[in-house]
Design a protein around this ligand. Structure first.
Ligand SMILES: *[C@@H]1O[C@H](CO)[C@@H](O)[C@H](O)[C@H]1NC(C)=O
Ligand SMILES: *[C@@H]1O[C@H](CO)[C@@H](O)[C@H](O)[C@H]1NC(C)=O
Ligand SMILES: *[C@@H]1O[C@H](CO)[C@@H](O)[C@H](O)[C@H]1NC(C)=O
Ligand SMILES: *[C@@H]1O[C@H](CO)[C@@H](O)[C@H](O)[C@H]1NC(C)=O
Ligand SMILES: *[C@@H]1O[C@H](CO)[C@@H](O)[C@H](O)[C@H]1NC(C)=O
Ligand SMILES: *[C@@H]1O[C@H](CO)[C@@H](O)[C@H](O)[C@H]1NC(C)=O
Ligand SMILES: *[C@@H]1O[C@H](CO)[C@@H](O)[C@H](O)[C@H]1NC(C)=O
Ligand SMILES: *[C@@H]1O[C@H](CO)[C@@H](O)[C@H](O)[C@H]1NC(C)=O
Ligand SMILES: *[C@@H]1O[C@H](CO)[C@@H](O)[C@H](O)[C@H]1NC(C)=O
Length: 514
């Protein structure tokens, strides 16, 4: 990524200082390729999916609508990943009536082990009629016959057209049998077992010659000693895996999945340092950028999906203000737009009944569902992407941890600019608590309008007070959208090819240019 401009302060006649953001009118050569319209995806933890999807007799219509709100904005087919650790340690039970049963000792856990999955589990998929699915298949416990039975039932129930890809296992780099010892040997034995299993499942299911596998499903490595994505050189990396056995099976991979969690929950966590920090997003994404670069070449050209993304690894019982707030939604915007700019093909935001960083919580028994702050990030990113299907994105590097900016080009010309002010605000600061930006857009732009994502309560705000463009989304059927403020997008004046605007601390804006 070129360092297009760096932060320097311009001083106007009035003496106020502005941060200049220089946007090139025509799409720069280093911009991303056209962003996949289905980029903004969804991921559901296995046992939680029963609540998000519901079943034939009581489907969760509000969840269906919330998925469709995002898909409508980008005119895309939603892409949903279902699975994770709970699936990976579960078994299929063809004679079980219930969708999922959980061992008594695991009830209440956000990621229960030893679950049994019955055929009625697949009813939940019908709740998302326009979606395609990435479906995880159990591998950790090495019960091939059972995984074959699961794959067959899934393939039949979901249908060929709706199955985007199968994944084998979840974060196999964390399996005991692949850890420790000689890393190269472990990678080779991993590739061998992966090939045997995918062969056997392909045969049993009868997929023919189509490449139906989403490879690897690599963990984020945030949980290790570093508490930072990408781990250390001891952890598996995508290029190493291909060079130690996986390359020969590349033709059966439709895509490769990696997971991403920005930080690990701990009592000393500071949201400003760990999440509201563009430097941390860029640095944390480095192992992803390298994987994308490695896989995107004429020889392979395999797209990378971040099929499980969340802000904070942890148990979700504490520090909710960190994981489920306007602040964490702003992190998610910065991360999603950065992922677009480095050529990632999609992000699936992880949702579960116990995860505060979920997009929303569904109805759970007698508890009514609610939209969570992370959903506003998806709304914002969808608006930034637009629906043209040919949007290309650049990260405008401002050389600052606190201010982040991206440009969206359509048909080769600038269409939108996103500016995210990552400074933590408690909502009580004065009007001056804002960055003043001089957005230089050139003479070909005739109109500029702005929409804002904000809350009067600042970074700690929960969804009740967050709005985008004066609109809120609620967990209801059929109306999810609610106008809460009079103002909607407002015009900005353009003087000498420059638009001046303010972006408050813990606020993100989109400037629409024509
Ligand atoms: C903005 O970019 C244009 C085109 O690259 C360049 O001509 C101009 O000098 C830049 N302006 C500033 C303030 O950096
Ligand atoms: C369908 O969902 C409802 C509501 O959660 C539940 O009461 C019912 O038992 C479920 N049916 C099946 C077959 O799981
Ligand atoms: C999505 O768009 C379709 C077609 O315009 C419309 O019928 C539907 O109500 C929209 N769904 C939501 C949840 O906004
Ligand atoms: C599978 O489900 C049936 C029906 O609930 C149950 O009787 C049986 O014990 C289960 N199988 C296993 C291996 O637990
Ligand atoms: C798996 O299934 C095959 C064929 O149905 C059978 O021969 C084999 O014994 C089974 N293996 C296990 C471990 O159940
Ligand atoms: C932002 O993150 C970087 C990289 O992790 C770190 O070095 C820096 O101290 C953080 N900045 C702030 C303001 O906390
Ligand atoms: C969650 O984390 C807190 C703080 O670290 C700890 O006290 C608690 O036991 C954990 N709960 C679970 C269910 O793991
Ligand atoms: C919902 O209620 C059922 C039946 O009492 C229980 O088994 C299940 O654990 C509950 N689900 C959650 C997520 O609390
Ligand atoms: C981009 O080009 C396509 C195809 O030529 C056209 O349909 C679309 O309206 C254009 N979009 C914009 C924003 O100019």
């Amino acid at each position: 990524m070129m360092n297009f401009i760096s932060v320097l302060y311009l001083v106007t006649a009035a003496g106020a200082s502005f941060i200049p953001i220089n946007v090139s009118h025509n799409v720069p050569h280093y911009a991303s390729a056209a962003v996949n319209p289905s980029f903004l995806g969804f991921a559901f933890e296995e046992t939680s999916f029963v609540y998000y999807g519901g079943n034939k007799t009581s489907p969760d219509i509000a969840s269906r609508n919330l998925v469709q709100v995002i898909a409508n904005k980008t005119q895309a087919r939603p892409l949903i990943r279902v699975g994770g650790t709970s699936l990976d340690h579960g078994t299929f039970n063809a004679s079980q009536k219930e969708a999922i049963t959980i061992p008594p000792s695991e009830v209440g856990s956000g990621i229960p082990k030893g679950i049994q999955i019955g055929p009625s589990f697949f009813e939940s998929f019908a709740n998302f009629p326009t979606a395609q699915f990435m479906l995880d298949i159990p591998w950790a416990e090495q019960n091939l016959n059972n995984s074959i039975a699961f794959s067959r039932a899934a393939y039949r129930a979901i249908g060929k057209d709706r199955l985007f890809a199968f994944e084998l296992g979840n974060e196999p780099n964390n399996y005991g049998r692949f850890k420790g010892g000689d890393k190269r040997e472990k990678m080779e034995s991993y590739a061998k077992e992966w090939a045997q299993w995918t062969d056997a499942i392909d045969d049993a299911v009868g997929v023919g010659s189509s490449s139906i596998w989403q490879g690897v499903v690599l963990s984020s490595e945030t949980g290790g000693r570093t508490h930072f994505p990408g781990g250390t050189s001891k952890d598996w990396k995508i290029p190493d895996l291909f060079e130690n056995g996986l390359e020969q099976y590349a033709d059966r991979m439709k895509s490769v999945a990696m997971h991403y969690y920005q930080t690990q929950e701990n009592p000393n966590t500071d949201i400003q340092a760990d999440l509201l920090n563009h430097t941390a997003v860029v640095k944390g994404s480095e192992f992803i950028r390298k994987a994308v670069k490695y896989l995107r070449n004429p020889k392979r050209n395999i797209p990378v999906y971040l099929a499980e993304v969340g802000n904070t690894l942890g148990n979700g019982t504490k520090y909710i203000q960190l994981e489920g707030s306007l602040g964490s939604a702003l992190w998610q915007i910065d991360f999603s737009l950065y992922a677009m700019s480095i050529g990632v093909t999609g992000v699936n935001i992880q949702c579960g009944t116990k995860f505060p960083f979920s997009l929303w919580r569904p109805n759970i028994n007698h508890t009514h569902g609610e939209v969570l702050p992370a959903f506003y990030s998806h709304i914002f990113s969808a608006e930034f992407m637009g629906s043209s299907g040919n949007t290309r994105v650049t990260n405008i590097d401002l050389d600052s941890p606190f201010l982040s900016s991206y440009a969206a080009y359509e048909n080769g010309s600038i269409a939108r600019v996103a500016i995210i002010n990552l400074r933590q605000s408690d909502g009580s600061l004065s009007e001056n608590d804002a960055v003043r930006v001089a957005l230089s857009v050139g003479d070909d732009v005739k109109t500029a309008e702005v929409k804002k994502l904000s809350s009067p309560n600042g970074a700690a705000a929960t969804a009740e007070t967050i709005s985008f463009d004066g609109t809120q989304w609620v967990y209801e059927d059929p109306r999810t959208e609610k106008k809460v403020k009079k103002y909607t997008k407002s015009s900005l004046s353009i003087n000498g090819g420059t638009v001046d605007l303010e972006v408050k601390s813990s606020e993100a804006v989109i400037v629409y240019l024509e």
